[in-house]
Design a binder for this molecule. Sequence first.
Ligand code: XMP
Length: 328
Amino acid sequence: MDPSNVRPSEMERIVNDALAEKFIDAQVQAIKEQVGDRKVLLALSGGVDSSVVAALLIKAIGRQLVCVHVNHGLLRKGEPEQVIKVFRDEMNANLIYVDATDRFLGLLAGVSEPERKRHIIGEEFIKVFAEEAAKLEGIRFLAQGTIYPDILESEKGIKAHHNVGGLPPELDFELVEPVKLLFKDEVRVVGKALGLPDAMVYRQPFPGPGLGVRCTGAITRERLEAVRESDAILREEFAKNGLEGKVWQYFMIVPDYKSTGIKDGKRSFEWPVIIRAVNTRDAMTASVPDVPFALLEHITERIVSEVKGVNRVLYDLTPKPTGTIEWE
Ligand code: XMP
């Protein structure tokens, strides 16, 4: 194994602000030494790891960091806006925002097979990113939000993490990976110390293919909007009712069939949406939390009255196994 990929046994676990500050100072120094006055590129998804890397690099080299935020049209409500607000407006980042929604949805039109959808989204993401990189001059480095579990899992052959050794040949950059020896909880402590908002630092996991794997079968704009709006209501209600940070992951799914109902005294033929909420330690197995029935009723009431095209709400009671957390 590359010795720089091994966490030294004497390395103290970062559990508080003081240790985070110490780590940040050391990394800022190391980044400055590695990069000098040259430029670094970063794909900024808005997830915890890439956001912390962005904040660290901004502290170290300011606008020599070029962040590219690709909106594939499958993000949750308010996500691209938050990335722009936090990084461009508040941290004065050099941020390129690419709205590639039409490209992705065009390629995905009529594609119903889940792995094919994932593949298209992953490939197109790299293409869009590489195109943006080609427009820039003088980029020498690529920053990545690789964390220690990614390295350990790649070494053990559990998964080929996209952050480890997965660079397409046209992106021939030297890597900058300042959090690669940290565990997730340490990345969060560092993110807090760097002043990132809680909504980013404690964000629940969100898959790379995003809402694309929660809009089952062939994605349409109408169903995507239905799942995005339903998800926003679910998150708002979980936050209001003290479940944010207590339930590990929660989201909505929209299947690709309709059912009969009644709306405004007339027959409606619309989609159901499904609430998925799980608790887990490592996502390998998961249990379903006992969400108060009154809250489920309230969420249902809001979704069927506020979200266009939805007339039914279900709660998935299935633990993992047998159900995976995502539906696709
Ligand atoms: P499953 O559905 O396999 O999910 O029980 C376990 C955890 O992994 C997330 N997940 C993904 N993350 N790309 C990702 O980056 C993916 O394609 C993907 N599929 C599932 C899922 O949200 C859960 O946290």
